[in-house]
Design a protein around this ligand. Sequence first.
Ligand SMILES: Nc1ncnc2c1ncn2[C@@H]1O[C@H](COP(=O)(O)OP(=O)(O)O)[C@@H](O)[C@H]1O
Ligand code: SF4
Ligand SMILES: [Mg+2]
Length: 379
Amino acid sequence: MRADHSGRKEAREEGQEARRLLARAHAENAFAAGEAILEVRDLVKHFPLTQGILFKRQVGAVKAVDGVSFDLHKGETLGIVGESGCGKSTVAKLVTHLEEPTAGTIRYKGNDITRASGRALKAVRRNIQMVFQDPYTSLNPRMTVGDIIGEPFDIHPEVAPKGDRRRKVQELLDVVGLNPEYINRYPHQFSGGQRQRIGIARGLALRPEIIVADEPVSALDVSVQAQVVNLMERLQDEFGLSYIFIAHDLSVVRHISDRVGVMYLGKLVEVGTEAEIYEHPTHPYTQALLSAVPVPDPEAEGKRERIVLEGDVPSPANPPSGCRFRTRCWKAQQRCAEEEPLLAVPENFTDTPVDQPQRHPSACHFAAERAAVVPPAGG
Ligand SMILES: Nc1ncnc2c1ncn2[C@@H]1O[C@H](COP(=O)(O)OP(=O)(O)O)[C@@H](O)[C@H]1O
Ligand code: SF4
Ligand SMILES: [Mg+2]
């Protein structure tokens, strides 16, 4: 009787265990390649502009990010590109919870993490890590690289118990292509490229799922940029990482990105795959950015048609009405001042078959394909 009872209990426990494993496998599958691991909707960050010393009053707001939406899929690299001041770093800080959004939502694996706090925030911070632009200022000069890379373990000791830290840090140095014996050296003893490898090792320490890299190669020599980009591609495969890779130059993100989003004055103006953005851009701003990218072939370079953007980027405290790009757009018409174009497949492409690369989201009333990088045929 007793044996029979414990047998039933065992069977029930086995059943529960099987269901638990099944549920876990299901949860993991739900975020297998192709599923959105991060969903950002209508994200807004306004920094208040104040006046007065004793009695501060708000006189306006810097609209750094003003309604940005995108998905990041598991294992994907989303490139984000735009001129300085368009809000790229603010997007990075919002996604990594270094800044609180004014409005909008961020979902991670289906859970709303926009205003996460306590344990939930700690988990988010572990899983979504940032790699900063400037390896000179983002690394503390008085700490050894061992302490810099191992610092995240102070907050998450469960990842590397005290006795195991040195070995873990040396493993990380090795993973990013640095000699593990350099563990006691200081940042100034490394080159710029090596310092960025240290920043990447630190970003990897907690085994995150998402890395937001804010202009990780912009401060580096061109020859070193490719090495760091290659390293990041290798690490992505090795650790199954998803990247948001920010740059101010379209050519830097071309080969690492699965999709690219182009930002202007706090908004995304065009989003697409490599072929869609680089070969079939439909937004005048993307076309202008691409026309400024030099072509390696000297003959093609000579024939290249450049679109020169006139004027400065307007202040994000006082953006133009309608389309924010209209003050610099050579195609601007009255409608552009009155009606804001939304990021969607433009109306003149809605009849285009879905598999055609010109059919992709572009926030322009007069979107038209223009092969900006390729010189005109026969010209
Ligand atoms: N903490 C802040 N307070 C006020 N304004 C800010 C702050 N951070 C950024 N900004 C402003 O927001 C805009 C976008 O900045 P940023 O996100 O750094 O752009 P990017 O990274 O594309 O150069 C800029 O006009 C910048 O001056
Ligand atoms: S909506 Fe008008 S101003 Fe804006 S990009 Fe298109 S043509 Fe230019
Ligand atoms: Mg920036």
